[in-house]
Design a protein around this ligand. Sequence first.
Ligand code: K1U
Ligand code: ZN
Length: 167
Amino acid sequence: MALLPILKFPDPRLRKKASPVQSVDESTRRLAADMAETMYAAPGIGLAATQVDVHKQVIVIDVSEDKTGLITLINPRIVERDGEQVYEEGCLSVPGIYEKVTRSEHIRVITLSLDGAEHEIEAHGLLAVCIQHEMDHLQGKVFVDHLSQLKQSRIKNRIAKQARESA
Ligand code: K1U
Ligand code: ZN
């Protein structure tokens, strides 16, 4: 297994759209294992392949408290959504920034798992937030895109300042 470097906002590679996985094979399973190791090491509760500069529709998530709830989503699609929730989100590609985002409270997702079989996942609360956040990454979208223009420009200024200070 390997730790993968995580792209940092505003890297333009975070804007690429991920392609569907054509066949779930050993290379997909290795990518998912490396992503899980990278997510746990960060530490985080989710990671999309886009964030490690691999533009395939692969996501890992673990919202459990004891790292026993790893799930891998391949080519996920949301087939039902309802309700609204507001959660203060973070992102490993936008370190140090936490902002409230409104998303669906409940979603139903059809996805492939690591054995290539199709599964349905019903998600509420934090798991639903995390799946929607990671699926945005696969579309080239970052959570700050949900914020007002004013908040986005403040965040860009803060990140530019952090980069100047660490240079
Ligand atoms: O996509 C990512 O960059 C991962 C991101 C997922 C996420 C967090 C919160 C709301 C929506 C999506 C993170 O994991 S940020 C780090 C984080 O939330 C966390 C880190 C350590 C312990 C618990 C949470
Ligand atoms: Zn993120």
